[in-house]
Design a protein around this ligand. Structure first.
Ligand code: 48F
Length: 260
């Protein structure tokens, strides 16, 4: 028994190419594999939708692995408990209406649930731009390897079509900012038509605003997680994570409604 290096190479290339070709036209492209993006993708795939998550790092989980200041624990409020329960994450009550969970366990279980639900995850892939149609509708994502981006090589990107794009890029709100940078005259669905920017930390207010801020910010582009608060000028909240899961689920609910 044995396998040649050529066979190993063929197995990898064939499997990857088959899946990449199948993902060329998706229902939803989720940009960013942090807690909000993964939660959104999980609920979308659960509805039978074709979903890809694009993550520029080699791992999903975003800012959740390190918990608060590298202490690998996260705080979850009662409202988000049902979502964490569906991922089978164990939570320990510690203050009325609040729980503590293990951040590594949470990332692992959310990731496994999303994969089992049928989400395709592309790691090491940056979304550097969007596809635009009719001058005002986003129609997909423009991709390049993160390694190409870091090496600053001049290599043209590839693209995938999606009916909806979800900006789950965290504090940067990278997709929305890219749209605004490339189409300066475009009017985002915010009070000023522009990205309002993230406010300093205020956990209670940040958590209460994040679900409301989860919405369609540009035709066919939804914003979720910390990106939603960054776009709508709301505070950050540190190591309390319930809002990320609630926002991811709301983005999925909105997307499901829009795709009907
Ligand atoms: O930052 P991140 O975890 O965003 P989130 O889901 O959660 C925020 C919390 O982690 C934490 C917090 C809790 O109160 O404030 O910060 O809103 O995950 C965002 C992911 O998007 C990736 C990035 O590597 C990270 O894993 N990302 C960002 N820009 C791009 C991208 C891009 N252009 N293409 C692909 N991935």
């Amino acid at each position: 028994m044995g396998i040649s290096e050529i066979e190993v190479t063929r197995g990898i290339l064939e499997g990857f190419t088959r899946d990449f070709l199948a993902a060329l036209k998706s229902d939803v492209a989720v940009v960013g594999g942090g807690p909000s993006g993964m939660t959104c993708a999980y609920y979308l795939a659960g509805e039978g939708l074709k979903v890809s998550v694009f993550e520029r790092n080699l791992h999903v989980g975003g800012g959740m692995w390190g918990g608060g200041m590298l202490f690998p624990r996260i705080v979850i409020q009662e409202e988000a408990r049902a979502i964490l329960d569906s991922f089978k994450v164990r939570l320990e009550p510690f203050s009325e209406g609040y729980y503590v969970g293990d951040s590594v366990e949470t990332v692992s279980k959310v990731t496994a649930a999303a994969v089992d639900a049928g989400v395709k995850i592309w790691v090491g892939v940056s979304v550097e731009d969007v596809l635009i149609r009719e001058l005002e509708k986003v129609a997909g994502v423009v991709l390049n390897w993160r390694a190409v981006e870091l090496a600053q090589l001049h290599v043209d990107p590839l693209a995938m079509e999606a009916k909806l794009v979800v900006d789950a890029t965290g504090h940067e709100a990278d997709v929305v900012r890219t749209i605004k940078r490339k189409i300066p005259d475009c009017i985002l669905n915010t009070t000023t038509g522009d990205v309002l920017g993230e406010m300093p930390m205020w956990a209670e207010v940040g958590e209460s605003m994040i679900v409301e801020n989860t919405r369609e910010v540009y035709p066919n582009v939804l914003v979720t997680g910390m990106a939603a608060n960054a776009v709508y000028g709301a505070p950050r909240m540190g190591a309390i994570f319930g809002g990320m899961f609630l926002s991811g689920k709301k983005a999925a609910d909105l997307a499901i409604e829009m795709l009907k």
